[in-house]
Design a protein around this ligand. Structure first.
Ligand SMILES: CC(C)(COP(=O)(O)OP(=O)(O)OC[C@H]1O[C@@H](n2cnc3c(N)ncnc32)[C@H](O)[C@@H]1OP(=O)(O)O)[C@@H](O)C(=O)NCCC(=O)NCCS
Length: 397
């Protein structure tokens, strides 16, 4: 029982659709009742936990199911969306309780990670999610991008999966948190399936691809790069070379560039657009998240990493809280509970930073999220297999 009436937390059913849309009117805006909207929201109902106060839907958390790349492996992950509480029911702990239950349910289904796009990172940080860098959104002229190598990408028509899936898969495998794009609530490829006349242009080679849209604003052509990726230096040059073909033609380009790419670093001053969605990541389950990680370098050559005892601090997801013995190997890491004295301690947010390649041990120490042996922390960081985070804006949810 809680305050104004009996409290029940349960998954939504088709009978709750109207209440769900009504709640959204007070949080994200009423989505309407088109056939498309009703189908999309009906599909979410079984994956949406609701808090009912005296029979009224007060709060929801939806868990989308994905597969993502982490450190050169692919793993199941949840993505939280539709996190909302009606104004008259706020600050009673409904969302915190639903997130906890939904994290546990995702773990039961094998999800080692959870991702979300925060309205306010501080709200989720207290529950163990860490902000991780993804892309930098730039708005500039094509002349501000590198010249690259022209004519290496070919224009591809037809379904997006036919032209872009192979180079996407190679590019995504070199990134942590990139989506595998074969599980999910909506099909991103559909969005990239341009019909003739829609102005959606796609170019690809074996090792790179770029999808872009041309639009006329006040008679002036503008380009929006919707998705891009490369798996080697030649592919990256080929993407810039394709975009350079639009020099003297389009006035402005809007493009989401991986945060650690030299172009993002060179152009962030003066050209970065603020206000787009950031990304947060959480280790939902220590065993599921760490077991697949291998002791390898970025080119998959084996690394000799020593075993260690790691204390993980995670009061919100208490199943993670405690000391773990990690024995890294070239095909995975053995993760078992332990009673030994830990070599190092990591807050669960520091753990996410290190194994995702988002931060180094010193960053985690300075955030107050890491303590103990530098050798042990360096070992945990090495499990990132030389990858760093990036997730395309197309895959935001
Ligand atoms: C953000 C939102 C979901 C919070 O829902 P809620 O049910 O009030 O959340 P909880 O009661 O579980 O809050 C947990 C804690 O966060 C605090 N909190 C709630 N809203 C907060 C806010 N906007 N900023 C900072 N702290 C907040 C609560 O006081 C509570 O702290 P406590 O446990 O120390 O008392 C709700 O305000 C909402 O629906 N906002 C509009 C939609 C939105 O932005 N959703 C998030 C999309 S990513």
């Amino acid at each position: 029982m809680s305050g104004p009436g009996p409290l029940v937390d349960r998954a939504l059913t088709p009978d709750d659709l109207d209440a769900y849309l009504r709640l959204r009117e007070t949080t994200f805006g009423y989505p309407g009742r088109s056939d498309e909207v009703l189908a999309a929201f009906t599909a979410r109902l079984p994956r949406t936990l609701g808090a009912f106060v005296a029979g009224e839907l007060a709060s929801t958390v939806t868990r989308h199911d994905y597969r993502i790349h982490v450190a050169g492996t692919t793993v199941a992950a949840g993505g939280f969306g539709s996190i909302s509480t009606a104004p008259e029911h706020r600050r009673r702990g409904h969302v915190a309780r639903l997130m906890h239950a939904s994290l546990a349910a995702g773990r039961d289904e094998g999800q080692g990670w959870n991702l979300l796009y925060p309205f306010d990172a501080a709200f989720y940080a207290r529950y163990g999610w860490a902000s991780v860098p993804t892309g930098v959104l730039l708005e500039l002229t094509p002349e501000h991008l590198p010249s690259g190598t022209p004519r290496h990408l070919r224009r591809v028509d037809g379904p997006a999966a036919a032209g872009l899936a192979a180079p996407y898969a190679r590019a995504a495998a070199s990134r942590t948190f990139a989506d595998t794009r074969n599980v999910g609530p909506w099909d991103v490829w559909q969005e990239l399936d341009g019909a003739p006349g829609e102005g959606l242009l796609r170019y690809a080679s074996d090792s790179a691809f770029v999808a872009l849209r041309l639009r006329y604003v006040d008679g002036e052509p503008r380009m929006e790069v919707i998705d891009l990726g490369w798996s080697d230096a030649a592919g990256r040059d080929a993407v810039w070379g394709t975009l350079a073909g639009f020099r003297g033609h389009v006035a402005r380009v809007r493009i989401h560039v991986p945060w650690d790419d030299p172009v993002a670093l060179d152009r962030v001053r003066g050209h970065a657009v603020t206000g787009h969605a950031g990304l947060m990541a959480r280790v939902a389950d220590v065993v599921l998240a760490l077991s697949p990680l291998r002791s390898v370098a970025d080119d998959d050559t084996p690394l000799d990493l020593p075993p260690l005892h790691l204390r993980v601090v995670d009061p919100f997801a208490a199943w993670n809280d405690g000391v773990w013995r990690l024995v890294p190997g070239p095909t995975g890491t053995s993760v078992t509970p332990s009673r030994s004295t830990p070599d190092a301690t990591l807050d669960v947010r520091g753990l996410a930073l290190l194994v995702s390649g988002a931060g180094a041990p010193l960053n985690a120490r300075r955030a107050g999220w890491a303590d103990g042996s530098g050798r042990a922390l360096a070992t945990v960081a090495a499990l990132s297999a030389g990858r760093r985070p990036y997730r395309s804006l197309v895959d935001a949810f």
